[in-house]
Design a protein around this ligand. Sequence first.
Ligand code: F6R
Length: 332
Amino acid sequence: SKGDHPYYMIKEILEQPDAVEFTLGERENIQRIVDDLGDIKNICFVACGTSYHASLTGKYLLQHLAKIKTDVVLASEFKYTADTLDKDTLVVFISQSGETLDSMNALRIAKETSPTLAIVNNIGSSMTEEAKYTIITQAGPEKGVAATKTYIAQLTAIYLFAGLLANDEKLINELYNVPGYIREVLKKSSEIEVLSKRYSFADDLFYLGRGFSYPIALEGALKLKEISLIHAEGYASGELKHGPLALINHKIPVIVILPPGSDYEDTMVNLEEVKARKAIILSICAEGDAKAECKSRDVFTVNSKVSETIAPLVYTVPLQLLAYYVTLEKVA
Ligand code: F6R
């Protein structure tokens, strides 16, 4: 039940630290899968919607850490990839429900040629029966229409999988700090509630991120569109100048995802481009980031120990809250 919460969405956003903790409990199962896989040359993710955004993060992680060439395909576009699969390509299906038709159809085709792994939240769903390997994300049933806790649980499973495949102890250990980082964000949800009053007027918003923060931008925009019915675009921040920068003006809020790390300075250059066009800037950045604070109208800050590599697990949460509170503001 929703308990004391007015909507399932907020209840499930608040359950995210547990979703991460419980999904970390899948470590031994994931290690067994990694051991059994042996030498995998390529990986291909197949998914829809929010699960597609989790897959994009997976691609960056696997290529960056494990140096495994990785593709990400929308399940509805799978037809144009199917013929290039082979036995050395692991095809990974990401799905909350484990039932999405386009993904199911692609799984039935992929298993003819390739080893398959389904990462799903629903035990006993069709995909768990069809795939060779299964990882269950331990988010518990998701009742809200917007995927929130299942997304963070999918990311947790993908980070564990990539970390174990790459033997990256440091990354794996850092995952155990994520529930705490998310709790810190949730404790400040009233700040997002206040900010939502300053942004709910907008007809169009842009979300910008680079590298690991690019899928965060896509997911932030999708949540806002789906729940508040406000138009939003997620963009790779370096791509904005190739056309859409012309749309930016003093009426357009731009949410900039700015975690500390190797992409920070380049994203800051893009922030300055939209600032020059008088955009209303809300930066999601690290605590103590004076530069972001001085260049943005508003900031929401995250623990400065959250680096860009694990930012998707934490920086997504304020954007979920923003979509939720902007929607409440609009219907009020
Ligand atoms: C967005 C959302 C959808 C789903 C998509 C895939 O909040 O919920 O975009 O992510 O329909 O669904 P699954 O993951 O069940 O395959």
